[in-house]
Write a protein that binds this ligand. Structure first.
Ligand SMILES: Nc1ncnc2c1ncn2[C@@H]1O[C@H](COP(=O)(O)OP(=O)(O)O)[C@@H](O)[C@H]1O
Ligand SMILES: [Mg+2]
Length: 494
């Protein structure tokens, strides 16, 4: 998109109010100034800039600000009274737009001059125009920098650092290109600011990426229902689920945008259905960890609560935000709670589901969706129809071998050496346990050992296991039904 050309067209169309939602205020003003002053017509239109702090100021030629007109109402009355043509840029006027007097004044200005020779341009990060002004206005969007331009910005920042420190930034080339790719969706100013922070330590390395992605998320976040999860996981923290791990591993290069696999369809996402506490949520975190991309969590429940009546719009905005953060993993935990077929407001949830499925089908950004579900009874059938997700995995209770691994993982993560435990006995004693229940057993055993001031040993864990009535016993029927359902609809994750 050619910013200059587009802005020129809008200016020439003589629409009285132009809305510019942008964080790149300086750059917009520079562009506008450039267009106005290079107009070849005999004598260009005067260009004014207003802010509540500085008042009105002519900026196509150097003139001092007029603090007299700092008040929003005064400046509008002033513009209305002026008879000469002119372009008036109002910076951050958005808080004053819901005042009816201001609205009427803007309307007076817009319709007061039939030849439309006065133009008001509103520049803010976000603009909601009163509806009576809508048809008197047009929106102009500044395009964001592309890959090339972002690479240039980062390079320039690096050169500045080199000069200032008479040294040179240690650049890991792979990290550099990942960084440039991952900053998509940011303005020039934000890209530059972020790059400055990053090279402060004199290097650009892969270890910088998580912080950069988080900073980007903060810049983009508009109190949506997406949350940035700091905690991703490694495969080594997840016992079993080996088929799932292989599946993810095979898609790693494609997710990271590797050119060598550009002929493969980009992965869309997967669904994890299964027994509670067996590692579905942990696997979602591990997907982000193995892809080395940010993990964003979408909370459908919050979507309903927070934005009553505007649910779909906010879902769309959240999904857009995820696209800007791409490549990323979008994690929807317990999706059936958000879009269940039997919920109270079934109309809304049907529309929300529709919005989500349409997005899933059309998205071309690398947003990898991981949805988890515990309760198949509440899962809308259209969600799991073939082709929605790349794969639907069933996460069952861990086998004896996997239970041994899970025990090792949780003993080790608490500083204990698994070799000092009788794993074979513990595996037998934890028959029917979920990963979460095994972990709970280890945690409780540590407390019990601590209380008697003895080092934790097999006996402590055994005692805890014997005390536990696993969910698989309490809910045997439900799990049985779950397995039967999963048999011809899903692939075993392990
Ligand atoms: N397969 C596993 N390997 C290692 N830890 C596990 C496993 N399954 C469950 N856990 C432990 O139990 C916790 C809860 O599991 P979670 O992933 O939330 O289960 P789910 O989402 O399937 O209900 C995890 O954070 C982890 O500590
Ligand atoms: Mg879970």
């Amino acid at each position: 998109m050619d910013n200059r050309h587009d802005l020129q067209v809008i200016l020439e169309s003589r629409v009285p109010i132009i809305l510019v939602e942008s964080r790149d205020e300086t750059r917009f003003i520079d562009l506008l100034k450039d267009i106005v002053t290079s107009t070849s017509r005999s004598g260009h239109q005067p260009l004014f800039q207003w802010s509540v702090t500085n008042g009105l100021q002519r900026i196509d030629i150097d003139m001092a600000p007029q603090p007299l007109n700092a008040e929003p109402e005064k400046v509008l009355r002033h513009i209305r009274s002026v008879e000469q043509p002119g372009i008036y840029v109002l910076l951050d006027f958005h808080p004053y737009l819901d005042n009816p007097v201001h609205t009427r004044l803007l309307k007076d200005i817009a319709i007061g001059m039939p030849d439309g020779s006065r133009t008001v341009i509103l520049v803010s990060h976000k603009l909601n125009l009163p509806s009576e002004l809508e048809q008197l206005s047009a929106r102009f969007e500044m395009s964001l920098p592309d890959d090339n331009e972002r690479a240039m910005i980062v390079t320039r920042v690096v050169e500045e650092w080199n000069k200032a420190h008479s040294g040179s930034v240690a650049i890991d080339q792979k990290a550099f290109s990942l960084l440039v790719a991952n900053l998509s969706g940011l303005t020039r100013a934000d890209t530059e600011r972020l790059a400055r922070n990053l090279v402060r330590d004199g290097m650009i390395a892969e270890t910088d990426l998580p912080a950069a992605m988080h900073a980007k998320y903060e810049l983009l976040n508009r109190q949506g229902v997406l949350s940035f999860e700091y905690e991703t996981a490694k495969f080594s923290e997840l016992g079993g689920l080996n088929r799932l791990k292989t599946w993810l591993e095979q898609r790693r290069l494609a997710m990271m945008g590797d050119a060598g696999v550009s002929h493969l369809d980009p992965p869309k996402g997967l669904m994890l259905i299964g027994v509670q506490g067996c590692g579905k949520s942990l696997a979602a975190k591990a997907a982000a960890g193995i892809f080395n991309v940010p993990l964003l969590r979408l909370d459908f429940g919050a979507l309903y609560n927070k934005y009553h009546g505007e649910t779909e719009r906010n879902l769309r905005e959240s999904l857009q935000q995820a696209e800007v953060m791409s490549p990323c993993v979008l994690w929807i935990d317990e999706i059936e709670k958000g879009i269940s077929s039997g919920s109270t407001d079934s109309d809304v949830s049907r529309r929300v589901l529709g919005t989500f499925l349409t997005w899933m089908a059309e998205k071309d950004q690398s947003v990898f969706v991981v949805a988890t579900a515990n309760d198949i009874a509440r899962l809308p059938p259209e969600l799991i129809r073939k082709g929605r997700f790349d794969e639907i995995f069933f996460v069952d209770l861990p086998s004896p071998k996997v239970r041994a691994t899970i025990l090792q993982i949780h003993l080790r993560s608490r500083g204990l050496d698994p070799a000092g435990f009788d794993l074979a006995r513990l595996v037998v004693a934890s028959e029917g346990f979920s990963g979460a229940e095994i972990e709970q057993g280890v945690v409780a055993a540590l407390y019990a050992a601590h209380a008697t001031e003895a080092p934790p040993a097999t006996g402590h864990v055994l005692a805890e296991f014997e005390r536990t009535r696993p969910l698989s016993v309490v809910m045997a029927e439900k799990i049985h039904a779950l397995r039967a359902w999963a048999a011809d609809r899903t692939v075993a994750a392990d």
